[in-house]
Design a protein around this ligand. Structure first.
Ligand code: SER
Length: 534
């Protein structure tokens, strides 16, 4: 089953069988959420509606959402972690709750292929529920639904197998609010047996064992609480369901391959990477080829987003720069000498353009930015090497043969020279790098920039009151009016909306004239006066 079909089956199941409306996914770069740099889960763009705002499409929604997570960027290259991924989700905004959400997940997974399901054997499924703590009780309601479907609570000492219900704490079975406060609640997760051998820890840990034998494929979150500023939890007036189903992961499991890199979502890119590296054996440089394939796919989606950013040294642009440079570095490791990022990008644009037309629309920009960044990084590498050579005579004076961490960090911070490159150069001269010192300097820098980012991003929507919501709508009108008057290059760079006023940051190379402002104002007012439905 190809990913295209899996997407379609999921959407059709909820639209045709269970009366959901399909909504389009939101941009990868959050429009009005100051708490995150990227959309990290399908629930992000829907927060206002989870909090009670009326969604124009109704209370039962289904979608595919582009997501990006960089917390585990160093794990990419193993068989499960990805930075960019697609999340399928069905949503209840104060409509159905635990019973239907669980029953429908089960129905989709186990009903026969010819009836629109995935035809999975129930004996290969096992689940987990929230065990309860001081903030919220044990999720008996969810467990009972699973029992009604034939699942049994795991007994103490019982080995891991299909058909069980495990109970875990918040770490495993709770979806926290995206920011510090917001909608949250217990979840129930569904795991599928990958067919791999059990590891020695499986029986003791149950499905929380991450050896890859049992893979989480579906998360049903019951958003029934709001986490307050004082860290207390209050029941939400509206009980919601937020589900997440990882497309790449399930595609791989459905195809019986051991990683998503072996599916059609990555195979062309990987083939090209091996070819560019001079016909390498696919079994060599496994981690490098995966990192390149993952990072460049993520970079294509960031650059090709409607709110796309360019590589830079701050915020989203910094993450993008890091992804591209990391891919190039691993390319060099594999022996790719010439510029290659656009070759791989073209493969992804072709692969995804039907689902994400924005990639085709911004194709020129994606390719131009990659080319520019790759050229600039090559210069950085030359410059970094030169600086390192300059440091050498001094370093030679010490008998210890150690490059101090602060010097390695300086090369990184000032010239963008990656620590791994410094280590390689050091090794050529029989030196070691003080990695601990480097990490310390790096951490200090990160803390400083995080503090800065928090201040900078104290924008967004102050609350979800009617007035604030109206001003939020006005922000969209303003954005379009600016584009009409100043041109399509106008891009939102931030916004801050309170009950009293809105603020909108945007890019434009010149000072906006009073006449232009008047024109923008007139367009916005004209549209408001039309009293259109939102
Ligand atoms: N918010 C949950 C997740 O991202 C379910 O969609 O896993």
């Amino acid at each position: 089953m190809l990913a295209t079909e899996l997407r379609k089956r999921y959407i059709d199941f909820f639209v045709k069988k269970h009366n959901h409306k399909e909504i389009s996914g939101a941009s990868l770069i959050p429009e009005n959420d100051p708490t995150v740099l990227f959309t990290t889960a399908g629930m992000h763009p829907l927060v206002p509606f989870l909090m009670g705002e009326t969604h124009p499409q109704g209370k039962r929604l289904v979608n595919v959402q582009k997501c990006l997570r960089t917390d585990d960027i160093d794990e990419v290259g193993d068989s499960t972690h990805l930075t960019f991924f697609e999340m399928l989700g069905n949503w209840s905004l104060g409509d159905y709750f635990k019973k239907q959400a669980i029953e429908w997940s089960y129905e989709f997974l186990t009903s026969p292929l010819e009836e629109g399901g995935l035809g999975l054997d129930p004996a290969n499924l096992t689940v987990s529920c929230f065990e309860g703590d001081d903030d919220a009780p044990r999720d008996e309601e969810a467990a009972k639904v699973w029992e009604s479907l034939g699942f049994k609570r795991v007994e103490k000492g019982e080995p891991l197998h299909g058909g069980l219900i495990y109970f875990y704490n918040k770490k495993e079975n709770w979806w926290g609010p995206a920011g510090q406060t917001g909608p949250c609640g217990p979840d129930t997760e569904i795991f599928l047996d990958s067919g791999k051998e059990k590891c020695p820890g499986c029986d003791e840990l149950g499905v929380s064992c991450d050896c890859g034998k049992w893979v989480e494929i579906w998360n049903n979150v019951f958003m029934q609480y709001n986490k307050n500023k004082d860290r207390t939890y209050t029941p939400l007036a509206q009980q919601n369901v937020d589900t997440g189903f990882g497309l790449e992961r399930v595609t791989a499991l459905m195809q019986g391959v051991s990683t998503h890199y072996e599916t059609e979502l990555f195979s062309e890119a990987i083939k090209k990477i091996l070819e560019l590296a001079g016909g390498k054996n696919p079994n060599d440089f496994i981690v490098s080829q995966r990192i390149i394939a993952d990072h460049l796919r993520a970079a294509v989606f960031i650059l090709g987003d409607p709110f796309g950013v360019a590589p830079s040294n701050t915020d989203q642009g910094y993450v993008l720069r890091r992804l591209i440079r990391r891919a190039i570095r691993y390319g060099k490791k594999m022996g790719i000498e010439s510029a290659f990022t656009t070759e791989i990008a073209k493969i992804y644009i072709d692969l995804y353009k039907n689902i994400y037309p924005e990639l085709e629309k911004f194709k020129d920009k994606i390719l131009a930015e990659l080319e520019k960044e790759e050229a600039q990084f090559s210069k950085t590498l030359v410059q970094g090497e030169r600086e390192f050579e300059k440091m050498l005579p001094n370093l030679m004076k010490s008998a210890q043969k150690i490059v101090p961490g602060r010097l390695a960090f300086k090369l990184y911070d000032t010239y963008g020279f990656p620590i791994e490159m410094t280590e390689e150069l050091a090794a050529e001269h029989d030196f070691k790098v003080d990695k601990e010192g480097y990490d310390k300097a790096y951490k200090k820098h990160q803390e400083q920039s995080r503090a800065g980012a928090q201040q900078k991003f104290s924008g967004g929507l102050a609350d979800h009151s009617k007035q604030t919501t109206k001003l939020h709508t006005a922000t969209h009108l303003l954005h379009q009016a600016l584009r009409n008057v100043l041109g399509n290059h106008v891009e939102q760079k931030g916004s801050n909306i309170t009950v009293e006023r809105l603020r909108f940051d945007f890019t434009h190379p010149e000072k906006v004239t009073p006449e232009q402002l008047k024109e923008v104002e007139d367009i916005v007012n004209e549209q408001i006066q039309r009293g259109l439905d939102v």
